[in-house]
Design a binder for this molecule. Structure first.
Ligand SMILES: C[S@@+](CC[C@H](N)C(=O)[O-])C[C@H]1O[C@@H](n2cnc3c(N)ncnc32)[C@H](O)[C@@H]1O
Length: 267
């Protein structure tokens, strides 16, 4: 019997050792942190809250939470903590090597759990949501922020749209990523049993100098060899897309970010 080899995020694509990965995730954080901090800041955070940041990346959100909850503390996880080490290390956070799809935390361990741009990459995302709920204390809060592809799918710019949709197709085929799943993030949390749901969508412009543009440019650059092998995508289209993303006059939307706050029921 042949064993199916299943690639995970970071095994090859988006490995943290890739030359531009620190800058790529740094650009993502620069784009999204202000919205994330406003969203987390809308919660009744207490100094003694125990917080969990899943798939921490460069660790900017974990460090922000640690400054607000010094008496409770922050645990931050990732499959690879290399980028955290390069971006200010400790900062009062307990950094833990942890695979969300396989590793556990004791039930009721946290008052607040946050994850950003993570669940879309997990094949077991719906069952993982249910497991994450058990890690919250009754009444604890979950904040998820996930990327949705529909603004790129709607772009009138042929090269940008086709290359971008190629990125989503390549990630889906290789890792199992689904950037349609976040369109109904509130529904997914509701079905998992979360209550007091509140969601919204933020749009980011890609294009010259903007962090979302740089993030997408480095994403397309990393995947260029895969994209150029795909039906309907030529090396010229990939090159044109990279030129557009560096152009200050290019103002097409990048991915949308769907954010939702939900609560584990008290009883
Ligand atoms: C797109 S990056 C987002 C990083 C960070 N959350 C942010 O928004 O700035 C996804 C992160 O999740 C991590 N990751 C992917 N699969 C994971 C898993 N199964 N368990 C824990 N972390 C995972 C990756 O290593 C990477 O750091």
């Amino acid at each position: 019997m042949t064993q199916q080899i299943v690639e995970r995020y970071g095994d090859h694509i988006f490995n943290h050792a890739a030359a531009s990965e620190d800058e790529r995730l740094g650009a993502l954080a620069a784009e999204l942190d202000p919205v994330t901090f406003r969203r987390l800041g809308s919660l009744p955070m207490q100094r003694d809250w125990r917080c969990l940041e899943l798939g921490a990346g460069t660790g900017s959100v974990a460090r922000w939470m640690a400054a607000r909850c010094p008496e409770g503390g922050v645990v931050a996880t990732d499959l690879d903590l290399e980028l955290v080490r390069r971006n200010d290390g400790d900062a009062g956070v307990t950094w833990t090597h942890h695979d969300l799809t396989r590793d556990e935390f004791p039930p009721g361990s946290f008052d607040l759990i946050h994850a950003r741009y993570l669940f879309c990459h997990l094949r077991s995302r719906d069952t993982d949501l249910a497991r994450v709920m058990r890690w919250l204390t009754p009444g604890g809060w979950l904040v998820l922020e996930e990327p949705a592809r529909f603004p790129i799918d709607a772009s009138p710019d042929h090269a940008y749209r086709t290359t971008g949709m190629g990125v989503f197709a390549a990630l889906e085929e290789r890792i199992g990523t689904d950037c349609d799943w976040p369109r109904d993030l509130e529904g997914h949390l509701s079905r998992a049993g979360f209550t007091e749901l509140d969601s919204d969508v933020a749009y980011s412009l890609a294009g010259g100098g903007r962090p979302m543009g740089r993030f997408w440019e480095l994403t397309v650059e990393q995947l260029a060899p895969v994209l150029c092998e795909m039906d309907g995508i030529t090396p010229d289209m990939v090159a044109d897309t990279l030129v557009r993303l560096r152009d200050p006059g290019f103002r097409e939307p990048g991915m949308a970010t769907v954010g939702v706050i939900g609560r584990r029921p008290v009883s």
